[in-house]
Design a protein around this ligand. Structure first.
Ligand code: BGC
Length: 375
């Protein structure tokens, strides 16, 4: 009896110590604000390994993510701000945000379903980017914390929100597992035919956010093809093999080794800003799309998804102008995004997989970001 008593006390102590070794980086007071009449909140997810993720209901954003290195030292590996005002000042970076209704660009902000032509909010030159002027990254989500490792986030986007047809009900589950994975499970339904492409816009730096560039990280991308773009970063419809180009990451390759190559697609993106067509194993719904390794810390990030594409973006539009967490700055190429998705501009490219959602269908999308260490 006594042994059971002492071992359970020991287990409790160990568990709470695992929690305590994590220095919580986010001060919820700095997020105290009303937006659209609702209180901005911070939620914390923890697992038994001491991993901690904080999320805000404003934009369903991942605000911080503490990840151990090979020595067990925790660092916050996602770019972001210390306060809600920081996020509001720098909306165009979409740090950590849930993106919808349509991730990335739709040419000229227009598309048709059948004979009906729809005009979207144009917020990126002539194009519509990441759902328009007030996309899901700027909305207040209804959040319920199911347990210490799981959040449920919901949003109802009204008919013609940013120009998109139909009332769309969206649900996202953020689940932190004891295998150091964040599983993001999206679902949506609409009462009219519409289009949809949700994603997450976290910027990672495996040295820790604000600790320099990501050009020394090694990337592997399970993709034989990209969807090249025009100069406004809208895919032209071509599906191009990565062979003999700076876009071939089928073997682990240092991100910076070819990022300044004389290549039209690199020039348009000012670095990597391109959708990859993922190699899909027809037997597997969710499969490994990409992995990124940073040798100094030993941190390894693997991304799994059931989506047909992934946007690889190297923070080429970051310029350090907004002070980030702990006063650190996020300059050019100091974060990378791996956004699981359908291809940008699919509604205007009949050869791309369809992004239409009909009222009798349920949109579903799984994205898993998994951390581990290797020497
Ligand atoms: C896009 C970039 C864009 C960035 C905005 C990325 O998903 O591919 O072109 O500048 O989002 O932060």
């Amino acid at each position: 009896m006594r042994t059971i008593f002492f071992s359970s006390i020991l287990a409790m102590l160990l568990f709470s110590c695992a929690g305590k070794t994590v220095p919580s980086t986010i001060n919820p007071q700095a997020f105290n604000k009303l937006i659209d009449g609702k209180k901005v909140m911070i939620y914390t997810l923890k697992n038994q390994k001491g991993m901690e993720i904080t999320v805000t209901n404003w934009g369903g954003r991942i605000v911080s993510w503490l990840v151990p290195d090979k020595r067990g030292i925790m660092e916050d590996v996602v770019l972001g701000y210390d306060s809600i005002n920081g996020y509001l000042n720098a909306k165009e970076n979409y740090f950590g945000a849930a993106i919808g209704r349509y991730g990335n660009r739709i040419a000229n902000g227009e598309f048709s379903i059948g004979d009906i032509k729809y005009k979207l909010a144009q917020n990126n030159g002539i194009n519509s980017l990441h759902g328009g002027i007030n996309g899901f990254s700027g909305k207040m989500w209804e959040v319920v914390q199911n347990d210490i490792g799981e959040l449920s986030l919901k949003l109802v986007s009204p008919d013609m929100d940013e120009g998109y047809p139909g009332e769309l009900s969206v649900s996202m589950i953020y689940r932190l597992t004891n295998d150091n994975e964040l599983v993001i499970q999206y679902e949506a339904k609409c009462d009219k035919p519409t289009i949809i492409n949700l994603t997450n816009h976290s910027y990672f730096n495996l040295h820790g956010a604000g600790n320099g560039s990501v050009l020394d990280h090694l990337l592997t991308l399970n993709a034989n093809f990209i969807t090249p773009t025009d100069s406004t970063l809208v895919p032209t419809g071509e599906i191009r093999a990565v062979d003999n180009s700076p876009f071939d990451f089928r073997k682990p390759t240092i991100i910076g080794s070819r990022i300044n190559s004389e290549d039209q697609q690199i020039r348009f993106g000012r670095g990597y800003d391109i959708n990859y067509v993922l190699n899909k194993n027809p037997d597997q719904n969710v499969s490994l799309a990409a992995s990124v390794f940073e040798p100094e810390s030993g941190r390894l990030l693997e991304v799994f998804t059931d989506q047909p594409g992934i946007q690889f973006y190297t923070g080429n539009f970051l310029d350090g102008k907004y002070p980030g967490k702990k006063g650190k700055t996020y300059g050019y190429r100091t974060g990378f995004c791996l956004e699981t998705q359908h291809y940008p501009n699919s509604p205007n490219q009949p050869k791309f997989p369809s992004v239409q959602l009909d009222p009798d269908q349920v949109y579903s999308h799984t994205c898993i970001y998994k951390f581990s260490v290797k020497s």
